[in-house]
Design a protein around this ligand. Structure first.
Ligand code: NGQ
Ligand code: ZN
Length: 464
């Protein structure tokens, strides 16, 4: 069920954030899903709509879409988790595993489509889906082992979001090649099976206009060094994503296993370069983050989820000052939105450093610096090279409603700051993907059908 709307041939904006900076009276012409020309300083013609403030669409570099269905269901106090006396990341993970007792292909597709739709409504025009749900609820492979991969591709097609598909390799419970636990049965693969899954994924995405396939060894806990060594070749030209150093227990366990910290081990034992995206990397030493920056890898920050799970705070400001690259992801999808992620990122830095405008840079406001960096880092991590409203780039465009009170008497970077920090959720009015309008008046064009599918899926997967 691909979305119906026709591609626009030209769009007029009162303000636009172009790679060289802010411009007024901007007309973008669009052909074959790409920006064909950009004129600035124009007057709006009588037949043209004022589409407000144009921003380039940003990539969400990390998601487990199915977790959207759990939002709000893990916020109570429960029995202690595997990792300690209190509710923490590990007790959350145990609840998340239990959530996977139900949910077949139809439910997974419906939940994924709902999350992808909300990403578009929230300003993300591409998603790197870190997809690790491969098996059925008993832990057996589906008749088609790529069944659920196909469902992710269908969800991207139905919503129109750009897809960077990251099939996940997952084989062990923890460091040292431990056998997987019962809760992990839906994730498990071996290297040969994974190679076949990747091939299937490459076939499945060929029906999407600009999808990318990469690989995702889940974490140093779930993958042995031997298995990890296969991943760069399997990735081909695609990106390589891995969760790393999100929790202090992971750091401690890695030290016991190898004598090294997770990021340190990865940098010494894997060919980490600009194809790599290190998800979270929360607990890093200065030597580690300096080396990550020098390797030009992207750090995939997921500030809302990291706050929700109590992970900790990545030293983003120092990392960026050293030339480090980051993008943002929605990870658990407990809440989905670009402005929310950027705001949480800045606020986590302010709260720990007791300062203001921590991520701002000379001549760029906080919001602008966050936005520019997340745009570039997201594109790199997703394996796409054109980010930004420039001629030849894919026409993935956000339109903020300039008439809202949040933007009164604002221009330039203050527009971004007012959107990100003012928190007007209705400010993002329009989204175009490859020139087709997928969000109008703040709603995805297929919202009614996608929402109905999600409701049906929830009724099946949420325990009574
Ligand atoms: C995940 N989520 O794969 O969904 C993980 C939890 C794990 C986050 N790390 C599982 N936020 O890391 O073992
Ligand atoms: Zn994750």
């Amino acid at each position: 069920m691909p979305i119906p709307s026709e591609a626009a041939s030209s769009l007029w904006f009162d303000h636009a954030l172009l790679p060289e900076g802010w411009a007024r009276g901007v007309r973008l012409s669009i052909a074959d899903g790409r920006i064909a020309s950009i004129e600035a300083g124009t007057e709006r013609a009588a037949h043209e709509v004022d589409n407000g403030v144009a921003l380039p669409g940003v990539a969400d570099l990390h998601s487990h879409a199915f977790q959207r269905a759990m939002a709000g269901l893990t916020e109570g106090r429960g029995p202690a988790g595997a990792g300690g006396e209190r509710d923490d990341f590990w007790s959350w993970r145990a609840l998340m595993y239990r959530f996977l007792d139900r949910g077949g292909p139809e439910e997974i597709e419906a939940i994924t489509a709902y999350a992808f739709m909300e990403m578009l409504e929230g300003g993300f025009t591409r998603i790197a889906e870190f997809h690790y749900l491969h098996n059925d609820p008993t832990g057996s492979a589906y008749a088609d082992p790529a069944e659920l991969t196909g469902r992710v591709v269908s969800a991207a097609e139905a919503t129109g979001i750009g897809l960077t598909l990251l099939p996940v390799f997952y084989a062990h419970a923890t460091f040292g090649g431990a056998a997987p636990s019962h809760g992990q049965r839906r994730f498990i693969n071996d290297v040969d099976g994974f190679a076949r899954l990747l091939e299937a994924g490459r076939g499945l995405i060929s029906r999407l206009p600009d999808a990318v396939v990469g690989v995702a060894p889940h974490s140093l806990r779930a993958v042995t060094p031997d298995e990890l060594a296969h991943m760069p070749a399997l990735a081909g030209d695609g990106p390589i994503h891995i969760h790393v150093a999100e929790q202090t227990k992971e750091v401690d366990d890695c030290l016991v296993w190898s004598g090294k910290r997770p990021v340190e081990w990865l940098l010494e034992n894997a060919p980490v370069d600009d194809r790599w995206c290190l998800i979270h990397a929360t607990h890093v030493t200065e030597a580690e983050w300096r080396e990550v920056a020098a390797r030009r890898a992207v750090v995939g920050l997921c500030p809302v989820t990291e706050a929700n799970l109590g992970d900790g705070v990545f030293p983003a400001a120092a990392f960026v000052e050293a030339g480090g690259r980051f993008g943002v992801g929605t990870d658990s999808n407990v809440q989905i939105g670009l402005s929310e992620e950027l705001r949480m990122l800045e606020y986590s830095q302010r709260l720990t450093q007791r300062g203001r405008a921590i991520m701002a840079e000379p001549a760029r406001s906080t919001g602008r610096a966050l936005f520019d960096r997340a745009l570039a880092g997201g594109a790199q991590a997703c394996g796409v090279d054109d980010a930004g409203l420039s001629v030849g780039a894919v026409a993935d465009i956000l339109g903020l409603d300039h008439s809202r009170i949040a933007f009164a008497d604002r221009s330039g970077d203050a527009l971004l700051d007012s959107w990100i920090f003012g928190g007007d959720r209705n400010a993002l009015r329009s989204v175009w993907r490859r020139g087709r309008q997928v969000v109008a008046d703040g709603r995805h064009v297929a919202r009614d059908a996608v929402e109905a599918g999600f409701r049906k899926a929830l009724a099946k997967v949420v325990a009574a």
